[in-house]
Design a protein around this ligand. Structure first.
Ligand SMILES: Cc1cc2nc3c(=O)[nH]c(=O)nc-3n(C[C@H](O)[C@H](O)[C@H](O)COP(=O)(O)OP(=O)(O)OC[C@H]3O[C@@H](n4cnc5c(N)ncnc54)[C@H](O)[C@@H]3O)c2cc1C
Length: 466
């Protein structure tokens, strides 16, 4: 049960920590609690902005004594539920990044975003397994797997993690690796924020200084042909090439230039990490097939990787979900294109990310990540400019999923999923064997579901059955 904090208790907590304790009465409560996804509006009972791992230990112990559930937020890109009446630990002050050149590993503190890691690695010609946006938090992204433009070559980011420091629900700081607390180490690589507050993460990085990368734009009218060509093309690609297909329906709003306002565009995005001339040759296959209206593929320094997807940077309300395909049939392609171009749809983007490569060849048991045989993650995602339109957006997505159900592989991926849907899809994300193993870990390390504001193993905020 949630207890009221006395002024004395709060003062004592503030005196113990190096960071800051923020209450609803404080002036910066609103800006600190609000994350990037503006559809998540939450009112925590208390906020802790820790400066150190020790602060997190103190915060977790305080919350347990006060009967508060605990939420963690770095950027607020991916927190699935409003963390009302919780202790919200906002990690933004813990931004340390340490590179070990000998082992080619990096240690990061809880609040590091990918741009912080790039700043340290780029001068050494090394690259991390970030996703399409450098503004995303390293820990949140990695805990659910983490798939980016080096994915087919080096795998999910979680598969490259070598050590984790975590404060579990009993308030203990634990070090995890393949040799220490290996059960939890297995579960955290894919199992999201279900088991505690990560204070630090150590992972491998890779020698990639340059890419042959960019994107090609085709007109919406060509979408079906482009997706069929894309489906056949990716089957021929080496691991060095990771790509995606996106069909984007631009809203008819005055903020956009008239030439593209209300139009549909198709993008082939990708990055090649091997011999750059070979990357150019592979992309040339598209130019020989049909010239795009724009082509930005070029040799680029790794520092420019974010220009491939050009993700939104400023805070916005978003909604997203995903399913997976092992095979993309002509019939499935027809449904995807018909639904994405439906004039009644308010959905901005339908994206197919091609996975496979080393992901499919990594042992099933390596980490909690499942569905390694999937070839595509199919993401339906959109900014929600008008929150009143959300029910119509969700209904349109549900209809699309129902039509495509016979074609899906059954798998899903938490990183591109909104909370309402995530609450019922853990079995799709993990498959039965990994799901049971994760549930047993949850019962062992967090039986009271203190860490409930994350992509859940069990229904929204439910209690864990031991
Ligand atoms: C523009 C954009 C691009 C993206 N591109 C990709 C991509 O290419 N590939 C991909 O895989 N994903 C991608 N994502 C999804 C992204 O990885 C998830 O939204 C992820 O959850 C974001 O992590 P965060 O720390 O930034 O967000 P937050 O909302 O701060 O955290 C997300 C979740 O992680 C948990 N968490 C965060 N820090 C900790 C911690 N220290 N201890 C315990 N739990 C913690 C939180 O409980 C929360 O549930 C993208 C998202 C956006 C908005």
């Amino acid at each position: 049960m949630v207890q009221t904090h006395t002024t004395n208790q709060l003062q004592a907590l503030q005196q113990q920590v190096e960071g800051r304790v923020i209450t609803p009465q404080d002036a910066d409560y609103d800006p600190v609690r609000q994350g990037h996804n503006l559809s998540i509006i939450h009112y925590p009972a208390l906020i802790l902005v820790p400066a150190t791992a020790k602060d997190i230990v103190i915060g977790v112990r305080y919350a347990r004594a006060a009967g508060l559930p605990i939420a963690v937020q770095t950027t607020g890109h991916g927190i699935p539920y409003p963390a009302d009446d919780s202790l919200l630990i906002v990690t933004t002050s813990m931004r340390g990044v340490e590179l070990n050149l000998e082992t080619e590993t990096v240690s990061v503190e809880a609040g590091v975003i990918w741009q912080d890691v790039l700043d340290v690695l780029l001068p050494h010609g090394l690259a991390p397994l970030l996703g399409s946006s450098p503004h995303v938090g390293v820990v949140g992204y990695t805990l659910a797997g983490g798939i980016g433009y080096l994915g087919r070559k080096y795998g999910y980011a979680a598969d490259s993690v070598v050590a984790i420091d975590i404060v579990t629900a009993d308030g203990e700081l634990r070090h995890l690796s393949t040799t220490e607390n290996s059960d939890l180490f297995w579960g955290l690589r894919g199992g999201t924020g279900n088991f505690g507050v990560i204070t630090a993460l150590e992972f491998k990085v890779y020698p990639v200084a340059q890419l042959y990368g960019g994107n090609m734009t085709y007109l919406g009218e060509a979408a079906r042909d482009v997706l069929r060509f894309y489906r056949d093309w990716v089957k021929t690609l080496p691991d060095e090439m990771t790509t995606s297909f996106a069909i984007v329906k631009l809203p008819d709003i005055p903020q956009l230039p008239p030439a593209i306002r209300g139009k549909t565009q198709v993008f082939i995005r990708g990055a090649y990490t091997g011999d750059l001339r070979e990357g150019e040759r592979i992309v040339q296959e598209w130019l020989d097939w049909r010239m795009p209206v724009e082509n930005t593929f070029r040799v680029m320094p790794f520092s420019e990787i974010a220009t491939i997807s050009n993700d939104q940077v400023d805070p916005v309300a978003t909604y997203a979900t995903n399913n997976q395909f092992t095979e993309l049939t002509d019939e499935a392609i027809d449904i995807i294109i018909q639904r994405a171009t439906d004039p009644a749809s308010h959905i901005f983007a339908n994206e197919l990310r091609n996975i496979g490569g080393v992901i499919s060849r990594t042992a099933t048991d390596h980490s909690a990540i499942s569905n390694r045989d999937a070839q595509f993650i199919y993401i339906i995602g959109t900014p929600v400019f008008d929150i009143a339109a959300l029910p119509a957006i969700q209904a349109h997505i549900k209809q699309s999923q129902a039509l495509l159900q016979p074609h899906f592989s059954g798998g899903a991926y938490f990183n591109f999923m909104a909370g309402d849907e995530a609450a019922g899809r853990a079995k799709d994300v993990y498959g039965t064997a990994h799901y049971e193993r994760l549930l047993a870990l949850k019962a062992k390390y967090d039986p009271e579901n203190v860490f409930r504001f994350t992509f859940p193993l069990i229904g929204k905020h439910a209690a864990v059955k031991a």
